[in-house]
Design a protein around this ligand. Structure first.
Ligand SMILES: C[S@@+](CC[C@H](N)C(=O)[O-])C[C@H]1O[C@@H](n2cnc3c(N)ncnc32)[C@H](O)[C@@H]1O
Length: 263
């Protein structure tokens, strides 16, 4: 028996399926638009090109987090892996040591250049790079299905529902998405720093735009009931110098950097 309120939603949907009360995909789109409006209309590929060197420096080499992520994938030597938003290959490189073939998709040439460099350093050639936005990748044309699809902290897509449906369609066996529980790249410390640097509160929804609960609910609405595992993790951001840190923060916030040095 469907309660009256839910019955209304049920009927609205052509009597086919009971969808959620909140449109989680629309809610996330609103959070993303807010961030983009505040930062101006930058091209995300270009933004990652600029950050590539710094990101590579901060994440190169083995780390416990990376080792744990790779171990959780349960890979075997016969399988193929598609890494969506592969970046500098933090995961693609150790994965290529285990599996038959890796396909690394990323919108940023700058990030993929480091991925190629990191693969070469390890003597690996069982991979292919595709410089494209995931939104523009055509399954069956640009990419064939792979056994396992992963996306790690790379959900920069505006329409997450569409992006996840494509990952699902591209996977023969499983899809793994690594994202944040709560705030991640934009934590309480960064929020405080933001206020001191820009003299205004951080963007609405800032640190929560990648929260797993958005993702989980979008998947739920799609009829995909995802397994969730929460693990502690630490993200370390390294800067060469104070000047570099100031420059990066200037780029992040756009125009209105305060004159005083907040550091
Ligand atoms: C934070 S880095 C993560 C890189 C890598 N997955 C890791 O965990 O180290 C995010 C990467 O995702 C890529 N990315 C974000 N949105 C994307 C999209 N819509 N299509 C392709 N690449 C995307 C960015 O260009 C960037 O290289």
């Amino acid at each position: 028996m469907v309660p009256p309120f839910f019955h209304h939603l049920y009927r609205d949907n052509g009597g086919k399926r009971l969808t959620g009360i909140i449109n989680w995909n629309k809610l996330r789109k609103a959070m993303i638009s807010e961030g983009r409006k505040r930062r101006g209309r930058e091209n995300p590929g270009e933004m990652w090109d600029k950050r590539a060197e710094e990101f590579n420096r901060s994440t190169r080499g083995r780390s416990e987090r990376t080792d744990r992520q790779v171990a959780s994938l349960g890979l075997d030597p016969d399988c193929t892996v598609l890494d969506v938003g592969a970046g500098t290959g933090r995961l693609s490189v150790p994965i290529a040591k285990i599996v038959k073939q890796v396909t690394a998709v990323d919108q940023s040439r700058g990030m993929l250049n480091y991925l190629e460099e990191n693969m070469a350093e390890e003597g690996l050639s069982n991979y292919r790079c595709i410089q494209q936005r995931w939104e523009d990748v055509e399954l069956g044309v640009d990419i064939e299905p792979h056994d396992v699809v992963i996306a790690s902290h790379s959900l920069g897509m505006f329409d997450l529902r569409e992006a996840l449906a494509k990952m699902d369609a591209a996977a023969n066996r499983r899809v793994y998405v690594f994202t944040a529980a709560g705030k991640w790249f934009f934590d309480d410390f960064e929020e405080e720093l933001w206020e001191r640097v820009y003299d205004r509160p951080p963007r609405r929804g800032g640190g929560f735009r990648s929260d797993y609960m958005l993702l989980y609910n979008i998947l739920h609405d799609m009829g995909i009931y995802a397994n969730v595992e929460i693990r502690d993790a630490e993200h370390v951001q390294r800067y060469e110098s104070l000047d570099e840190a100031v420059e990066r923060w200037r780029e992040r916030g756009g125009r209105s950097l305060r004159r005083t040095n907040p550091f």
